[in-house]
Design a protein around this ligand. Structure first.
Ligand code: GLN
Length: 492
Protein backbone atom coordinates (compact mmCIF):
# COMPACT_ATOMS: atom_id res chain seq x y z
CA UNK A 1 0.00 0.00 0.00
CA UNK A 2 1.67 3.19 -1.07
CA UNK A 3 1.07 5.72 1.57
CA UNK A 4 0.93 9.42 1.02
CA UNK A 5 -0.64 10.33 4.32
CA UNK A 6 -1.99 13.81 4.90
CA UNK A 7 1.04 15.93 5.57
CA UNK A 8 1.62 17.05 9.15
CA UNK A 9 -0.80 14.55 10.61
CA UNK A 10 0.40 14.40 14.22
CA UNK A 11 -0.17 10.63 14.42
CA UNK A 12 1.26 9.75 11.03
CA UNK A 13 3.77 7.45 12.76
CA UNK A 14 1.20 5.84 15.03
CA UNK A 15 -0.62 6.51 18.27
CA UNK A 16 2.41 5.79 20.44
CA UNK A 17 4.26 8.58 18.66
CA UNK A 18 1.29 10.87 19.10
CA UNK A 19 1.21 10.26 22.84
CA UNK A 20 4.96 10.88 23.00
CA UNK A 21 4.53 14.18 21.18
CA UNK A 22 1.87 15.29 23.65
CA UNK A 23 3.93 14.22 26.65
CA UNK A 24 7.05 15.96 25.39
CA UNK A 25 4.94 19.04 24.55
CA UNK A 26 5.74 18.90 20.86
CA UNK A 27 2.03 19.38 20.39
CA UNK A 28 -0.55 20.70 22.83
CA UNK A 29 -4.03 19.27 23.29
CA UNK A 30 -5.38 22.51 21.90
CA UNK A 31 -3.28 22.31 18.74
CA UNK A 32 -4.35 18.71 18.32
CA UNK A 33 -8.00 19.68 18.64
CA UNK A 34 -7.55 22.41 16.02
CA UNK A 35 -5.88 19.98 13.65
CA UNK A 36 -8.61 17.36 14.03
CA UNK A 37 -11.42 19.86 13.82
CA UNK A 38 -10.01 21.41 10.63
CA UNK A 39 -9.26 18.05 9.08
CA UNK A 40 -12.71 16.66 9.93
CA UNK A 41 -14.29 19.54 8.05
CA UNK A 42 -11.89 19.15 5.16
CA UNK A 43 -12.57 15.44 4.64
CA UNK A 44 -16.26 15.45 5.39
CA UNK A 45 -17.38 16.85 2.04
CA UNK A 46 -15.92 13.80 0.30
CA UNK A 47 -16.35 11.04 2.85
CA UNK A 48 -19.49 12.09 4.80
CA UNK A 49 -17.93 10.29 7.75
CA UNK A 50 -19.41 12.74 10.24
CA UNK A 51 -23.06 13.42 10.78
CA UNK A 52 -22.03 16.30 13.03
CA UNK A 53 -18.69 17.92 13.81
CA UNK A 54 -18.72 19.71 17.16
CA UNK A 55 -17.63 23.36 17.28
CA UNK A 56 -16.36 22.90 20.77
CA UNK A 57 -14.80 19.79 22.26
CA UNK A 58 -17.16 17.68 24.35
CA UNK A 59 -14.86 17.24 27.33
CA UNK A 60 -14.79 16.39 31.02
CA UNK A 61 -14.99 19.18 33.60
CA UNK A 62 -11.56 18.29 34.93
CA UNK A 63 -9.30 15.32 34.47
CA UNK A 64 -7.35 13.86 37.32
CA UNK A 65 -3.74 13.55 36.11
CA UNK A 66 -3.49 9.93 37.25
CA UNK A 67 -6.45 9.08 35.02
CA UNK A 68 -5.29 11.02 32.00
CA UNK A 69 -4.95 8.07 29.65
CA UNK A 70 -5.97 9.87 26.47
CA UNK A 71 -4.06 13.12 27.12
CA UNK A 72 -6.70 15.33 25.52
CA UNK A 73 -6.80 13.43 22.23
CA UNK A 74 -10.00 13.76 20.15
CA UNK A 75 -12.28 10.78 19.58
CA UNK A 76 -15.01 10.44 16.95
CA UNK A 77 -18.23 8.97 18.35
CA UNK A 78 -20.67 6.70 16.54
CA UNK A 79 -24.11 8.30 16.40
CA UNK A 80 -25.42 5.38 18.45
CA UNK A 81 -23.92 6.49 21.75
CA UNK A 82 -25.27 9.25 23.98
CA UNK A 83 -23.28 12.42 24.70
CA UNK A 84 -25.47 14.52 26.99
CA UNK A 85 -27.22 17.45 25.33
CA UNK A 86 -26.32 16.35 21.79
CA UNK A 87 -28.47 14.80 19.12
CA UNK A 88 -28.28 11.00 18.90
CA UNK A 89 -30.11 9.48 15.96
CA UNK A 90 -28.83 5.90 15.50
CA UNK A 91 -28.84 6.80 11.81
CA UNK A 92 -32.64 6.75 11.87
CA UNK A 93 -35.17 9.37 10.84
CA UNK A 94 -37.31 8.17 13.74
CA UNK A 95 -34.76 9.69 16.13
CA UNK A 96 -33.83 12.78 14.14
CA UNK A 97 -33.42 15.70 16.55
CA UNK A 98 -33.58 13.39 19.59
CA UNK A 99 -31.34 14.92 22.26
CA UNK A 100 -29.44 12.58 24.57
CA UNK A 101 -30.66 13.27 28.11
CA UNK A 102 -27.46 11.90 29.67
CA UNK A 103 -24.07 10.61 28.59
CA UNK A 104 -23.38 6.94 28.03
CA UNK A 105 -21.12 5.46 30.71
CA UNK A 106 -18.41 4.89 28.07
CA UNK A 107 -18.57 8.56 27.04
CA UNK A 108 -18.42 9.70 30.65
CA UNK A 109 -15.43 7.46 31.28
CA UNK A 110 -13.74 8.55 28.11
CA UNK A 111 -13.89 12.24 29.06
CA UNK A 112 -12.89 11.39 32.66
CA UNK A 113 -9.79 9.77 31.13
CA UNK A 114 -8.83 12.86 29.18
CA UNK A 115 -10.53 12.15 25.83
CA UNK A 116 -12.55 14.82 24.06
CA UNK A 117 -15.28 14.19 21.53
CA UNK A 118 -14.89 15.68 18.10
CA UNK A 119 -18.19 14.78 16.52
CA UNK A 120 -20.74 12.12 15.73
CA UNK A 121 -20.18 9.67 12.91
CA UNK A 122 -22.69 8.32 10.40
CA UNK A 123 -23.80 4.71 10.52
CA UNK A 124 -26.28 2.14 9.24
CA UNK A 125 -29.68 2.66 10.83
CA UNK A 126 -29.77 1.06 14.30
CA UNK A 127 -26.53 -0.74 13.42
CA UNK A 128 -28.23 -2.85 10.75
CA UNK A 129 -25.97 -3.07 7.76
CA UNK A 130 -22.49 -3.71 6.46
CA UNK A 131 -22.02 -0.70 4.20
CA UNK A 132 -23.15 2.51 5.97
CA UNK A 133 -25.70 3.03 3.22
CA UNK A 134 -28.83 2.17 5.26
CA UNK A 135 -29.37 5.57 6.76
CA UNK A 136 -31.16 8.88 6.45
CA UNK A 137 -27.68 10.40 6.82
CA UNK A 138 -26.69 9.24 3.34
CA UNK A 139 -23.88 6.85 2.44
CA UNK A 140 -20.39 7.21 3.84
CA UNK A 141 -17.50 6.99 1.34
CA UNK A 142 -14.33 4.98 1.92
CA UNK A 143 -11.27 7.31 1.99
CA UNK A 144 -9.18 4.64 0.23
CA UNK A 145 -11.46 4.97 -2.77
CA UNK A 146 -14.48 7.19 -2.65
CA UNK A 147 -16.56 4.92 -4.87
CA UNK A 148 -16.22 2.13 -2.27
CA UNK A 149 -18.10 1.48 0.92
CA UNK A 150 -16.27 1.95 4.22
CA UNK A 151 -18.20 -1.06 5.56
CA UNK A 152 -20.76 -0.85 8.31
CA UNK A 153 -22.38 -0.22 10.52
CA UNK A 154 -19.60 1.86 12.14
CA UNK A 155 -18.47 3.03 8.68
CA UNK A 156 -18.40 6.71 9.65
CA UNK A 157 -16.11 6.01 12.60
CA UNK A 158 -13.73 3.93 10.47
CA UNK A 159 -13.68 6.47 7.64
CA UNK A 160 -13.05 9.31 10.13
CA UNK A 161 -9.93 7.52 11.40
CA UNK A 162 -8.67 6.35 7.98
CA UNK A 163 -9.08 9.89 6.61
CA UNK A 164 -6.83 11.20 9.37
CA UNK A 165 -9.39 13.38 11.16
CA UNK A 166 -9.19 11.62 14.54
CA UNK A 167 -6.63 9.23 15.97
CA UNK A 168 -9.42 6.98 17.18
CA UNK A 169 -13.16 6.47 17.33
CA UNK A 170 -15.81 4.57 19.23
CA UNK A 171 -18.09 2.21 17.39
CA UNK A 172 -20.39 -0.65 18.29
CA UNK A 173 -20.16 -4.23 17.13
CA UNK A 174 -23.08 -6.66 17.19
CA UNK A 175 -21.96 -9.00 14.41
CA UNK A 176 -18.91 -7.25 12.98
CA UNK A 177 -19.68 -3.56 12.84
CA UNK A 178 -16.32 -2.48 14.22
CA UNK A 179 -14.16 -5.14 12.59
CA UNK A 180 -15.54 -5.15 9.05
CA UNK A 181 -15.30 -1.33 8.64
CA UNK A 182 -11.82 -1.42 10.19
CA UNK A 183 -10.85 -4.03 7.58
CA UNK A 184 -12.35 -2.05 4.68
CA UNK A 185 -10.69 1.19 5.82
CA UNK A 186 -7.23 -0.19 6.61
CA UNK A 187 -7.31 0.53 10.33
CA UNK A 188 -7.47 -1.51 13.54
CA UNK A 189 -10.76 -2.30 15.27
CA UNK A 190 -11.37 -4.21 18.48
CA UNK A 191 -14.60 -5.81 19.62
CA UNK A 192 -14.05 -6.45 23.31
CA UNK A 193 -15.58 -9.39 25.20
CA UNK A 194 -19.28 -9.19 25.97
CA UNK A 195 -19.43 -7.54 29.40
CA UNK A 196 -16.13 -5.66 29.10
CA UNK A 197 -17.64 -2.23 28.32
CA UNK A 198 -20.87 -0.79 29.68
CA UNK A 199 -23.71 -0.31 27.22
CA UNK A 200 -25.57 2.13 29.44
CA UNK A 201 -26.50 5.04 27.15
CA UNK A 202 -25.81 3.08 23.98
CA UNK A 203 -28.89 2.53 21.81
CA UNK A 204 -29.78 -1.17 21.62
CA UNK A 205 -29.83 -3.29 18.50
CA UNK A 206 -29.54 -6.92 19.70
CA UNK A 207 -28.84 -6.92 23.42
CA UNK A 208 -27.22 -10.35 23.77
CA UNK A 209 -24.64 -9.37 21.14
CA UNK A 210 -24.11 -5.58 21.24
CA UNK A 211 -20.73 -4.38 22.41
CA UNK A 212 -18.94 -1.02 22.30
CA UNK A 213 -15.69 -1.28 20.36
CA UNK A 214 -12.63 0.81 19.64
CA UNK A 215 -11.24 1.84 16.26
CA UNK A 216 -7.81 3.35 15.82
CA UNK A 217 -4.88 3.70 13.55
CA UNK A 218 -3.21 0.85 15.38
CA UNK A 219 -3.58 -1.67 18.20
CA UNK A 220 -1.88 0.68 20.66
CA UNK A 221 -4.58 3.30 20.05
CA UNK A 222 -7.34 0.69 20.43
CA UNK A 223 -5.74 -0.46 23.69
CA UNK A 224 -5.55 3.04 25.16
CA UNK A 225 -9.14 3.76 24.19
CA UNK A 226 -10.28 0.47 25.73
CA UNK A 227 -8.42 1.34 28.94
CA UNK A 228 -10.38 4.54 29.16
CA UNK A 229 -13.86 3.00 28.78
CA UNK A 230 -13.83 -0.53 30.23
CA UNK A 231 -14.96 -1.83 33.61
CA UNK A 232 -17.93 -2.76 35.72
CA UNK A 233 -20.89 -0.38 35.74
CA UNK A 234 -23.84 -0.59 38.14
CA UNK A 235 -26.02 0.86 35.41
CA UNK A 236 -25.36 -2.08 33.07
CA UNK A 237 -25.84 -5.39 34.90
CA UNK A 238 -24.25 -7.31 32.01
CA UNK A 239 -20.84 -5.75 32.73
CA UNK A 240 -18.31 -8.05 34.35
CA UNK A 241 -16.94 -7.41 37.82
CA UNK A 242 -13.41 -8.10 36.58
CA UNK A 243 -10.90 -5.25 36.86
CA UNK A 244 -10.96 -2.58 34.18
CA UNK A 245 -8.60 -3.28 31.28
CA UNK A 246 -5.03 -2.05 31.61
CA UNK A 247 -2.73 -2.50 28.64
CA UNK A 248 0.72 -3.95 29.14
CA UNK A 249 3.29 -3.29 26.44
CA UNK A 250 4.31 -6.45 24.57
CA UNK A 251 7.58 -8.00 25.66
CA UNK A 252 10.09 -9.52 23.24
CA UNK A 253 9.18 -12.83 21.61
CA UNK A 254 5.40 -12.40 21.69
CA UNK A 255 4.98 -14.80 18.78
CA UNK A 256 7.32 -17.51 20.01
CA UNK A 257 5.37 -20.72 20.67
CA UNK A 258 2.03 -18.95 20.17
CA UNK A 259 -0.51 -21.57 19.12
CA UNK A 260 -2.86 -20.34 16.44
CA UNK A 261 -5.85 -22.27 15.12
CA UNK A 262 -7.29 -21.71 11.66
CA UNK A 263 -10.88 -22.99 11.27
CA UNK A 264 -11.28 -25.52 8.44
CA UNK A 265 -14.04 -23.28 7.09
CA UNK A 266 -11.21 -21.32 5.45
CA UNK A 267 -10.59 -24.28 3.16
CA UNK A 268 -14.14 -24.14 1.84
CA UNK A 269 -14.86 -20.44 1.45
CA UNK A 270 -13.92 -18.45 -1.59
CA UNK A 271 -11.94 -15.33 -0.95
CA UNK A 272 -10.65 -12.63 -3.24
CA UNK A 273 -7.08 -12.97 -4.46
CA UNK A 274 -5.77 -10.00 -2.49
CA UNK A 275 -7.34 -11.34 0.74
CA UNK A 276 -5.82 -14.75 0.11
CA UNK A 277 -2.40 -13.23 -0.54
CA UNK A 278 -2.52 -11.12 2.63
CA UNK A 279 -3.69 -14.14 4.65
CA UNK A 280 -0.79 -16.25 3.32
CA UNK A 281 1.71 -13.45 3.99
CA UNK A 282 0.51 -13.05 7.53
CA UNK A 283 0.74 -16.79 8.16
CA UNK A 284 4.33 -16.71 6.92
CA UNK A 285 5.09 -13.78 9.21
CA UNK A 286 3.70 -15.72 12.17
CA UNK A 287 5.62 -18.90 11.38
CA UNK A 288 8.85 -17.02 10.76
CA UNK A 289 8.49 -15.48 14.18
CA UNK A 290 7.97 -18.78 15.98
CA UNK A 291 4.19 -19.23 16.08
CA UNK A 292 2.66 -22.67 15.55
CA UNK A 293 -0.28 -22.78 13.14
CA UNK A 294 -2.78 -25.60 12.64
CA UNK A 295 -6.08 -26.08 10.86
CA UNK A 296 -8.86 -27.16 13.22
CA UNK A 297 -12.36 -28.50 12.55
CA UNK A 298 -15.12 -26.05 13.45
CA UNK A 299 -18.04 -27.55 11.52
CA UNK A 300 -20.68 -25.44 13.23
CA UNK A 301 -19.19 -22.15 12.10
CA UNK A 302 -21.00 -22.44 8.78
CA UNK A 303 -24.29 -22.01 10.65
CA UNK A 304 -23.22 -18.74 12.32
CA UNK A 305 -24.77 -16.49 9.73
CA UNK A 306 -28.19 -18.15 9.91
CA UNK A 307 -28.11 -18.27 13.71
CA UNK A 308 -27.06 -14.64 13.94
CA UNK A 309 -29.76 -13.35 11.62
CA UNK A 310 -32.45 -15.18 13.60
CA UNK A 311 -31.19 -13.97 16.97
CA UNK A 312 -30.40 -10.39 16.02
CA UNK A 313 -33.68 -9.83 14.19
CA UNK A 314 -35.67 -11.34 17.10
CA UNK A 315 -33.95 -9.15 19.66
CA UNK A 316 -34.18 -6.10 17.42
CA UNK A 317 -37.91 -6.57 16.86
CA UNK A 318 -38.37 -6.45 20.62
CA UNK A 319 -35.93 -3.57 21.28
CA UNK A 320 -37.39 -1.43 18.53
CA UNK A 321 -40.94 -1.70 19.83
CA UNK A 322 -40.20 1.26 22.10
CA UNK A 323 -40.18 3.63 19.12
CA UNK A 324 -43.89 4.14 19.01
CA UNK A 325 -44.03 7.82 18.08
CA UNK A 326 -45.47 8.55 21.52
CA UNK A 327 -42.85 7.82 24.15
CA UNK A 328 -39.88 8.02 21.87
CA UNK A 329 -39.13 9.10 18.42
CA UNK A 330 -40.54 11.23 15.74
CA UNK A 331 -44.31 11.70 15.98
CA UNK A 332 -46.36 10.31 13.09
CA UNK A 333 -49.65 11.71 11.88
CA UNK A 334 -51.51 14.09 14.22
CA UNK A 335 -55.19 14.05 15.25
CA UNK A 336 -55.71 10.43 14.34
CA UNK A 337 -56.29 7.32 16.47
CA UNK A 338 -53.48 6.08 18.73
CA UNK A 339 -52.96 3.02 16.51
CA UNK A 340 -52.59 5.28 13.49
CA UNK A 341 -50.15 7.57 15.31
CA UNK A 342 -47.98 4.56 16.06
CA UNK A 343 -48.19 2.88 12.69
CA UNK A 344 -47.55 6.13 10.81
CA UNK A 345 -44.56 6.99 13.02
CA UNK A 346 -43.03 3.56 12.41
CA UNK A 347 -43.87 3.46 8.71
CA UNK A 348 -42.37 6.87 8.05
CA UNK A 349 -39.59 6.79 10.62
CA UNK A 350 -37.92 3.42 9.98
CA UNK A 351 -35.98 2.62 6.83
CA UNK A 352 -36.54 -0.51 4.79
CA UNK A 353 -33.75 -2.67 6.27
CA UNK A 354 -35.02 -1.98 9.79
CA UNK A 355 -38.57 -2.87 8.74
CA UNK A 356 -37.33 -6.06 7.12
CA UNK A 357 -35.62 -7.09 10.35
CA UNK A 358 -38.61 -6.24 12.52
CA UNK A 359 -40.75 -8.46 10.29
CA UNK A 360 -38.22 -11.32 10.32
CA UNK A 361 -37.73 -11.09 14.08
CA UNK A 362 -41.43 -10.88 14.86
CA UNK A 363 -41.97 -13.97 12.73
CA UNK A 364 -39.12 -15.91 14.37
CA UNK A 365 -40.58 -15.18 17.80
CA UNK A 366 -44.23 -15.75 17.00
CA UNK A 367 -46.27 -18.54 18.60
CA UNK A 368 -45.92 -21.68 16.53
CA UNK A 369 -42.56 -20.66 15.01
CA UNK A 370 -40.55 -19.77 18.08
CA UNK A 371 -39.34 -23.32 18.70
CA UNK A 372 -38.46 -23.93 15.09
CA UNK A 373 -36.55 -20.66 14.66
CA UNK A 374 -35.53 -18.61 17.68
CA UNK A 375 -35.15 -21.44 20.17
CA UNK A 376 -33.29 -23.61 17.71
CA UNK A 377 -30.93 -20.74 16.85
CA UNK A 378 -30.28 -20.21 20.58
CA UNK A 379 -29.33 -23.90 20.93
CA UNK A 380 -26.96 -23.82 17.96
CA UNK A 381 -25.47 -20.62 19.33
CA UNK A 382 -24.62 -22.45 22.56
CA UNK A 383 -22.91 -25.22 20.56
CA UNK A 384 -20.91 -22.67 18.57
CA UNK A 385 -19.77 -21.07 21.83
CA UNK A 386 -18.72 -24.48 23.14
CA UNK A 387 -16.76 -25.21 19.97
CA UNK A 388 -14.71 -22.02 20.53
CA UNK A 389 -14.13 -23.04 24.15
CA UNK A 390 -12.87 -26.44 23.15
CA UNK A 391 -10.45 -24.95 20.57
CA UNK A 392 -9.10 -22.62 23.25
CA UNK A 393 -8.22 -25.58 25.44
CA UNK A 394 -5.34 -26.24 23.02
CA UNK A 395 -4.79 -22.93 21.20
CA UNK A 396 -4.10 -19.31 22.18
CA UNK A 397 -5.77 -17.55 19.27
CA UNK A 398 -7.95 -18.21 16.21
CA UNK A 399 -7.06 -16.62 12.89
CA UNK A 400 -9.11 -15.87 9.77
CA UNK A 401 -9.30 -12.88 7.47
CA UNK A 402 -11.91 -10.38 8.69
CA UNK A 403 -13.82 -10.46 5.42
CA UNK A 404 -13.60 -12.48 2.23
CA UNK A 405 -13.20 -9.38 0.08
CA UNK A 406 -11.96 -5.80 0.18
CA UNK A 407 -14.35 -2.86 0.22
CA UNK A 408 -17.10 -3.38 -2.34
CA UNK A 409 -18.56 -0.57 -4.41
CA UNK A 410 -21.25 1.66 -2.97
CA UNK A 411 -24.56 0.51 -4.45
CA UNK A 412 -23.30 -3.02 -5.23
CA UNK A 413 -25.10 -4.91 -2.48
CA UNK A 414 -27.76 -2.61 -1.16
CA UNK A 415 -30.51 -4.18 -3.28
CA UNK A 416 -29.52 -7.70 -2.29
CA UNK A 417 -29.79 -8.28 1.47
CA UNK A 418 -28.44 -11.84 1.36
CA UNK A 419 -25.33 -10.71 -0.46
CA UNK A 420 -24.94 -7.93 2.11
CA UNK A 421 -25.43 -10.35 5.03
CA UNK A 422 -22.72 -12.55 3.56
CA UNK A 423 -20.17 -9.80 4.24
CA UNK A 424 -20.38 -10.82 7.90
CA UNK A 425 -19.54 -14.50 7.52
CA UNK A 426 -16.25 -14.36 9.35
CA UNK A 427 -17.05 -11.79 12.03
CA UNK A 428 -20.24 -13.28 13.42
CA UNK A 429 -18.85 -16.42 15.12
CA UNK A 430 -16.96 -14.54 17.87
CA UNK A 431 -19.99 -12.27 18.39
CA UNK A 432 -22.27 -15.25 19.03
CA UNK A 433 -19.69 -16.60 21.48
CA UNK A 434 -19.21 -13.21 23.23
CA UNK A 435 -15.46 -13.38 22.58
CA UNK A 436 -12.98 -10.56 21.96
CA UNK A 437 -11.83 -10.19 18.36
CA UNK A 438 -9.62 -7.72 16.53
CA UNK A 439 -9.27 -6.72 12.89
CA UNK A 440 -6.04 -5.19 11.63
CA UNK A 441 -4.65 -4.35 8.20
CA UNK A 442 -2.38 -6.84 6.50
CA UNK A 443 -2.11 -6.08 2.81
CA UNK A 444 0.88 -4.55 1.17
CA UNK A 445 -0.81 -3.21 -1.95
CA UNK A 446 -4.18 -2.27 -3.34
CA UNK A 447 -7.27 -1.76 -1.22
CA UNK A 448 -6.90 -2.57 2.48
CA UNK A 449 -7.43 -6.13 3.71
CA UNK A 450 -8.12 -7.05 7.33
CA UNK A 451 -7.02 -10.08 9.32
CA UNK A 452 -9.02 -11.16 12.34
CA UNK A 453 -7.73 -12.74 15.54
CA UNK A 454 -10.07 -14.10 18.20
CA UNK A 455 -9.03 -14.77 21.81
CA UNK A 456 -10.58 -16.52 24.81
CA UNK A 457 -13.01 -14.56 26.95
CA UNK A 458 -11.44 -11.42 28.48
CA UNK A 459 -8.04 -11.99 26.83
CA UNK A 460 -8.00 -8.65 24.98
CA UNK A 461 -4.42 -8.16 26.17
CA UNK A 462 -3.30 -11.14 24.08
CA UNK A 463 -4.98 -9.80 20.94
CA UNK A 464 -3.68 -6.30 21.35
CA UNK A 465 -0.09 -7.23 22.17
CA UNK A 466 0.17 -9.60 19.20
CA UNK A 467 -1.18 -7.02 16.77
CA UNK A 468 0.86 -4.23 18.39
CA UNK A 469 4.04 -6.30 18.03
CA UNK A 470 3.15 -7.11 14.40
CA UNK A 471 2.54 -3.45 13.61
CA UNK A 472 5.80 -2.39 15.23
CA UNK A 473 7.65 -5.13 13.33
CA UNK A 474 6.16 -4.49 9.87
CA UNK A 475 8.68 -1.77 9.30
CA UNK A 476 7.84 0.98 6.89
CA UNK A 477 4.31 -0.27 6.39
CA UNK A 478 2.23 2.09 8.40
CA UNK A 479 -1.35 1.27 7.58
CA UNK A 480 -4.23 3.40 8.60
CA UNK A 481 -4.10 6.73 6.85
CA UNK A 482 -5.56 6.76 3.36
CA UNK A 483 -3.41 8.54 0.75
CA UNK A 484 -4.54 12.10 0.15
CA UNK A 485 -6.08 13.50 -2.07
CA UNK A 486 -8.43 10.55 -1.85
CA UNK A 487 -8.70 8.25 -4.85
CA UNK A 488 -11.81 9.03 -6.82
CA UNK A 489 -11.90 12.61 -5.55
CA UNK A 490 -13.35 15.07 -7.99
CA UNK A 491 -11.65 17.99 -6.30
CA UNK A 492 -9.13 18.70 -3.56
N1 GLN B 1 -23.64 -6.26 9.48
C1 GLN B 1 -24.26 -6.92 10.59
C2 GLN B 1 -25.74 -6.65 10.61
O1 GLN B 1 -26.20 -5.97 9.74
C3 GLN B 1 -23.60 -6.51 11.87
C4 GLN B 1 -24.00 -5.19 12.33
C5 GLN B 1 -23.43 -4.78 13.63
O2 GLN B 1 -22.47 -5.38 14.11
N2 GLN B 1 -24.06 -3.76 14.21
O3 GLN B 1 -26.44 -7.08 11.48
Amino acid sequence: MESLPPSNCPWERGTRELFKSIKTKKISANELWKYCHGRAQEINGETKAYYQIFDKAFAGASVDSSNNVLLGAPVALKDFIFAKGNECTAGSAILEKFIAPYSASCVQRLVDHGGVILGRTSMDEFGMGSSSENSFQGPVMNPWNLSRSPGGSSGGSAAAVAAGSAPFALGTDTGGSVRQPAAFCGITGLKPSYGRVSRFGVISFASSLDQVGTLGLDAYGCAKLLESISGQDDRDPTTSHADAFKYEEPGAGVFKGLKIAIPDLMEEVEMDGNVKAAFEDFKIFLKTNGAILATVPMPLLKYSLAVYYLICTSEASSNLSRYDGVHLGFGGEKNVSLAKVMSSARSLGFGSEVKRRILLGTFALSAGYRDAFFNKAAKVRRLIKESYESIFESYDLILTPTTLESAFKIGDRIQDPIKMYNSDRLTIGPSLAGLPAISFPAASSGLPVGMQLVAPYFKEQRLLEVVDAYQEASDGFRPGLAPYPFEGATHG
